[in-house]
Design a protein around this ligand. Structure first.
Ligand code: NDP
Length: 292
């Protein structure tokens, strides 16, 4: 078997086409959706992510404000920026790029973002709504992107066994909640570093979502023949055959394609969907402030 490609780029292109229409409708009412992205420090990967978000805003005619602060910035200064952005009526979405420098309390700062502008979907109020099975909050972008990609591929989740490998606040746990939510209706197991018999647990999955941050960890022998495998991982691994000396690897060994029915590539899978869902949250935030 050779798995079909869960093509995040193709799916994101469709999402973007819908969003362009929604942005035009907002602009016709005199509203310009506006995302503010705050980055602290000089982590090169974070700057690549932020630039890509700002670039996508440009493509979708969403206004963006890019606030870059030095790594020496103190927490009070960042808090002040967040409070000002919360107050501004012309700003609909606020994103503070992770990771923040070690001297900052990332969770406490995320909590300061007004929930209705929390386009990352990490505020406790938004995660709490997700636990309650409500879809009126901001959904976290990466797990929501995974769900959108599964719908795009017409993958039926009802009654299926899903295993989420990883239990982080930003990917694993919300992905598990979305898979188990009414409407998706999968039966979900969450696995993590203390799980016993991990390989056997993964092998039970009809749908396996890997979000561990360990390059090529999920091997073909871990995967049930015909399973759907979503690779969330983005890992930099050394590669001396490339000029830059590294390449991106997912959490899933690419040979899994020989066993799975569907597999998302890295890059080009969940990554583009994460940005597309961020854009959707921004447009949604603008629409909810200025309803029909
Ligand atoms: P975290 O480090 O926050 O969480 C990793 C999870 O994997 C933890 O729950 C951890 O378990 C578990 N884990 C780690 N090692 C093992 C192991 N050997 N066996 C079983 N479980 C293990 O990572 P994130 O959730 O933030 O990210 C996961 C991956 O997804 C990373 O590669 C990241 O770069 C990528 N990512 C990709 C995005 C995208 O847009 N495509 C967006 C966000 C993240 P425990 O809780 O017990 O420590």
């Amino acid at each position: 078997m050779s798995a079909q490609r869960l093509d995040g780029r193709a799916c994101a292109t469709e999402v973007e086409a819908e969003l362009l229409d929604r942005v035009s409708a907002l602009k016709a009412k005199g509203v310009e959706p506006h995302l503010a992205v705050v980055i602290v420090g000089d982590d090169p990967a974070s700057h690549v992510y932020v630039n890509s978000k700002v670039k996508t805003c440009g493509r979708l005619k969403i206004r963006s404000t890019h606030i870059a602060l030095p790594s020496s910035t103190d927490e009070a200064t960042l808090e002040q920026h967040i409070r000002e952005l919360n107050q501004r009526k012309d700003v609909h979405g606020i994103l503070v790029q992770s990771p923040l420098p070690p001297h900052m309390d990332e969770e406490a700062l995320t909590d300061l973002i007004a929930p209705e502008k929390d386009v990352d979907g990490f505020h406790p109020e938004n995660l709490g709504r997700l636990v309650q099975g409500r879809t009126d909050g901001m959904l976290p972008c990466t797990p929501n992107g995974v769900m959108r990609m599964l719908r795009w591929a017409n993958i039926d989740l009802v009654g299926k066994r899903a295993v989420v490998l990883g239990r982080s606040r930003i990917v694993g746990m919300p992905a598990a909640l979305l898979l188990a939510a009414r409407g998706a209706d999968a039966t979900v197991t969450v696995a993590h570093s203390r799980t016993q018999g991990l390989e056997a647990v993964c092998k039970e999955a009809d749908v396996l979502v890997a979000a561990v941050g360990r390059p090529d960890m999920v091997k073909p022998s871990w995967v049930k023949p015909g399973a759907v495998v979503v690779d969330v991982g983005i890992n930099r691994v050394e590669d001396t055959t490339r000029e830059r000396g590294w390449r991106l690897a997912g959490d899933v060994d690419p040979d899994v394609a020989e066993v799975a029915s569907w597999l998302s590539p890295v890059p080009g899978g969940v990554g583009p969907m994460t940005i597309a869902m961020l854009m959707e949250n921004t447009v949604r935030a603008a629409e909810s402030v200025h309803p029909e």
